[in-house]
Design a protein around this ligand. Sequence first.
Ligand SMILES: Nc1ncnc2c1ncn2[C@@H]1O[C@H](COP(=O)(O)OP(=O)(O)O)[C@@H](O)[C@H]1O
Ligand SMILES: [Mg+2]
Length: 289
Amino acid sequence: MVSTTMDTKGKPINQTVALSTAQSQTQTRSQALIDIRKVTKSYFSGGIETQVLFGIDLLVPQGDFLAVMGQSGSGKSTLMNIFGCLDQATSGTYRLNGLDTLTLSRSELATIRNRTIGFVFQSFNLIKRMSVAENVALPLIYAGVSRDKAYKKALVELERVGLKEYAKRLPNQLSGGQQQRVAIARALVADPPLILADEPTGNLDTQTSVEIMRSLQQLNVERGITILLVTHEPDIAAYSKRLVRLKDGHVLYDGPAVEGLQQLAQSHEAHAQAALSSDMSQDQSGALL
Ligand SMILES: Nc1ncnc2c1ncn2[C@@H]1O[C@H](COP(=O)(O)OP(=O)(O)O)[C@@H](O)[C@H]1O
Ligand SMILES: [Mg+2]
């Protein structure tokens, strides 16, 4: 049954999409899709602990479109890996779609991941020797769906991203932007409520990046799919509703994207001014010598 309702921000959400997993059938509207509390992450190697995340709290409701920004090494990918159940927090709690991920076994986690999350990567991660449609069908085949059914659903998703006529080609016969759209179709084929994308436009030119971001925005607005993406480009983050800025494993900003990006531009401006004035004073001192 398809019913349209409003999320907390007044945007329409298709409830059949938002409630597409068994778990979410019992979930209350107020329950966040992602609920991370006091999450820390340390890596241990050679007896040395390197702490990367320092007590992250984040609630992501269904229908949100969130960009995570931060300098290289600030912990963005580490956080995305935790969101995607590809890695576990060292301490703290992570509830995904109402389920406490720390209490789940590896195979339970894999099942939840398959049902709940579609992944989009910077390098597309398509399998070279498989056709475009076979690549898109793969998550369904992993989930135990028959090849026939999976292939048919793959064609539906490919049509949605405008690439149905490329179904039988190999990935390397497509442009970078087309390959990323194939990856988006693959991420969506099992109807997950959430897409995680780590630098999805990192390998694309500006025009193609804009097209990919428009597709993601459309998925968010029209199908109510929750999107969480990592980017270091303000122009890309501008497509999101909400911005989280990380600095050295801490949340520096969490709020509306527009205001967060303004703050970021102002801090860049202030840095540039400071650098300029220190250059000028050096020039002046040089001139005095
Ligand atoms: N598997 C790992 N083992 C040890 N240190 C790691 C590992 N993965 C990442 N790090 C370190 O954690 C920090 C954050 O990395 P990452 O989350 O990849 O940052 P970002 O994606 O923001 O560039 C970096 O200092 C990185 O060197
Ligand atoms: Mg990274």
